[in-house]
Design a protein around this ligand. Sequence first.
Ligand code: ATP
Ligand code: MG
Length: 360
Amino acid sequence: MTNDDKSLETAVLDALRSVEDPDLHEDIVSLNFIKDLKIEGDKASFTIELTTPACPVKKEMEQWAREAVLKVNGVREVDIQMTAAVSRGTTAEGTQAIPGVKNIIAVGSGKGGVGKTTVTVNLAIALAQSGASVGLMDADIYGPNVPLMMGIAGRPNAVDERIQTLSNYGVRIMSMGLLTADDTPLIWRGPMLHSVIQQFIRQVDWGELDYLLIDLPPGTGDVQLSLTQTVPLMGAIVVSTPQDVALQDARKAILMFRQVRVEVLGIVENMSYFQCPKCNERTHIFSHGGGQTTASNYEVPFLGEVPINVSLREGGDAGKPVVAMNPEAPESQAFAKIAEQVAVQVSIINLRNKDTMVIE
Ligand SMILES: Nc1ncnc2c1ncn2[C@@H]1O[C@H](COP(=O)(O)OP(=O)(O)OP(=O)(O)O)[C@@H](O)[C@H]1O
Ligand SMILES: [Mg+2]
């Protein structure tokens, strides 16, 4: 490398300092996103390594970087590779992380039947479509609906005493429902449940995962509390519908997670509105804006709205989730946006925890 190349390299890095990640509020050089910077004559090439492949401003970031570097005197050509390395979450004290699994996220709701499983399933697929490696654990021992909604069946294999996941739509799946006979009502009691889930989640061979979503049973009782304390969670998502009763229970769910020091990544409002397929008019069947208001009252992010939609219900019943079958549909796009927001919150929290972590 010549001296000229060296000074050009410094100039390029300086230029890249003007590009800020709008969610993490730091420039992409300080964030350590720039890798493999090379100068060859008047050509600068480098990689931008984001904290998630589901970054909502991936294209913009590339364009901002290109524009900034092209302003540098002596650079006429820019070659940028975009990649991502998802950051690893920290877990609450007393829980042991699962090697290979970077971020475990619980999905909870105060109330049953708000569409928690529908949201979890479609969200997992949307995250996988962004390029992330994603797992989905069905911890709803009372109504394990994930196998049905993800279109999987059959008993999982064990290899070297580790339970192998089943996969569909790019997501690794495990459910308590796969290990018990059909329609057997499951009656678990506190301490037993605690150890069963603990053992279960650790015995599964998850491989390397960026995000592992956990579908919790609905409600905020002992079972849910016990589960959230057992599993090494980095955060939680609360699903609600817009009407008052559901929101009241969503508040309980937020407080439950806070009680066990699990960070709430935000609220997803399901069945937010009906969009007429003929005239595109939106009708707010269960009132409007409640999820957003609850989010701001409790100072948690609002992650987005999912419309009430017949293909979401039919896709769930048939094991053909709409995000997998028809990614361009408006309801699938709603999930893609929510997936981005979830990924952003994970990145923000992980960055913040890294900054405050004491290095011993
Ligand atoms: N946005 C939606 N549009 C249309 N139907 C939906 C939507 N969300 C969920 N549903 C339907 O509502 C029903 C309940 O959804 P789901 O099973 O996902 O809820 P849940 O909160 O997981 O319920 P449970 O408390 O029983 O676990 C299902 O039939 C599902 O297909
Ligand atoms: Mg469910």
